[in-house]
Design a binder for this molecule. Structure first.
Ligand SMILES: NC(=O)c1ccc[n+]([C@@H]2O[C@H](COP(=O)([O-])OP(=O)(O)OC[C@H]3O[C@@H](n4cnc5c(N)ncnc54)[C@H](OP(=O)(O)O)[C@@H]3O)[C@@H](O)[C@H]2O)c1
Length: 413
């Protein structure tokens, strides 16, 4: 391992999620076990977070656009955990520095156009150097990506068949961060929606199937016989499905290189889709309301006075739900898979706490800890690198750490 001053630097540590990563590291790592530091653009803010949490760690300061200062931070650490978003605005220099210095990287972006740009700019170099650049390690898209991975592996290892299809059904309760809203608006304002709508935006071109239409995002409420419930399109689906399809494509490529097809590929004809599950007796009303509400919001954003009205009273960057709302939140991701022999497998990933904060913080902090504490055991050994997904870059090691951190993760017939 490269000699570094720190194991992990938490960049963006003064933000709403960033502060929670500081608390997570303070509460979940033993003294001396992990050498970590806080970083961001504003020393005063970082000092007040450090005092509030009551930890004795170094503070490193660099604006995200200051290449030299970012280099100085990134070169000192084995892993960067980045929560400073919108990532399309603040993330470029940090990832570029990670690739230059062979520093592993995780973040909580859901900005798929930016992830596509990272793949185009950095995948080749990071793959050649064995540097793991792993975006989307928050609520989007860890449960979807690990869920599809575990179901596909179960078919291969327990049944000896390929996985043909996985469907994920989400239910969740929680709040909403100003930073998340700012990131969504940034994609919208840059005119990136066409890219967002591409079901294979993150795939290598040669892995895009001819029947793209079969993989388009659901747009309407529908009654799903498989779970006997009404469903609506899940609002994170356009992010999560792209990550799962990238995992499928990367595993397929790894399998072809390593001549280990049965171990790595999900199967040639794999499909993945996800939904918001709406419980009876008002499931049909909830699903229709969800679809109608999303259409109204999309329409209002195009009319400046309506947009201004809509955004009034919404959380601003730096703010988010109360502690009470975050504690009361929860999520469930039910998975249903079909094998090439027609048999079914079920899975479940679930946890207490607001998905966008509590779960996201657990997902991304445990992802970073995989890269520090379990590096030698990661899938693909120490050689694997590139712009990866949580399943390809962290796989079973992350599953084990999340279970150890109290998350329910089950898969079976
Ligand atoms: N994957 C998920 O499930 C999930 C969940 C929640 C959030 N997110 C994403 O995470 C990101 C952060 O969310 P949040 O709620 O924590 O937002 P936030 O509170 O607004 O935090 C933004 C962070 O970016 C930093 N920043 C702003 N300008 C900067 C600059 N020029 N240089 C360096 N840092 C700069 C801020 O620093 P200051 O404190 O100095 O202003 C702050 O630390 C968003 O993109 C959001 O979409 C993802």
């Amino acid at each position: 391992m490269r000699q570094t001053t720190y194991d992990v630097v938490l960049y963006g540590a003064s933000g709403f999620v960033g502060q929670q990563t500081v608390r997570y590291f303070a509460e979940h790592t033993r003294p001396g076990e992990v050498r970590w530091a806080m970083a961001g653009r504003d020393r005063q803010k970082l000092e007040s977070v450090r005092a509030r949490v009551g930890v004795d760690v170094d503070i490193l300061v660099a604006d995200s656009q200051d290449r030299a200062a970012i280099d100085a931070i990134v070169s000192q650490t084995w892993v960067v955990l980045n929560t400073a978003g919108p990532f399309g605005v603040y993330g470029d220099e940090i990832v570029a520095a990670c690739v230059r210095h062979r520093t592993h990287y995780v973040d909580i972006t859901g900005e798929t156009p930016w992830v596509r740009d990272l793949i185009d700019r950095h995948h080749q170099q990071a793959a050649a150097d064995g540097t793991r650049i792993i975006p989307c390690c928050g609520f989007d898209s860890v449960p979807s990506d690990l869920g599809a991975y575990l179901v596909a592996r179960y078919f291969q290892q327990e049944r000896g068949v390929d996985c043909r299809q996985v469907k994920a059904y989400y239910q969740a309760a929680g709040g909403f961060n100003g930073g998340t809203l700012a990131s969504g608006l940034d994609i919208y304002d840059r005119g990136q929606w066409e890219r967002v709508a591409n079901p294979f935006l993150l795939n290598p071109p040669e892995s895009v199937p001819v029947d793209v239409e079969r993989h388009r995002d659901p747009v309407a409420p529908q009654f799903d016989e498989d779970v006997e419930a009404w469903t609506a399109p899940f609002f994170m689906g356009p992010v999560n499905t792209r990550i799962v399809r990238r995992s499928w494509a990367l595993f397929d490529r790894i399998a072809s290189l390593e001549e280990n097809r049965q171990q790595e590929s999900y199967g040639a004809d794999f499909g993945y889709q996800e939904y918001l599950k709406c419980d009876p007796p008002w499931g049909w009303l909830q699903s229709a309301g969800m679809v109608g509400g999303m259409a109204l919001i999309a329409g209002a954003l195009q009319v400046p006075p309506l947009r201004a009205l809509l955004l009034q009273g919404m959380p601003q960057p730096g703010s988010g739900p109360t502690e009470q709302v975050m504690d009361a939140g929860w999520f469930r991701c039910e998975l249903l898979g079909w094998g090439s022999d027609g048999s079914r497998v079920r899975g479940l990933i679930a946890d207490e706490g607001d998905p966008g904060n509590r779960a996201t913080v657990k997902f991304v902090c445990e992802s970073a800890l995989c890269l520090v504490l379990d590096f030698e055991g990661l899938p693909g050994g120490t050689e694997r690198g590139g712009v990866l997904t949580p399943a390809v870059g962290l796989g079973d090691v992350l599953v084990g750490r999340l279970r150890g951190a109290g998350m329910r993760i089950e898969v079976g017939g």
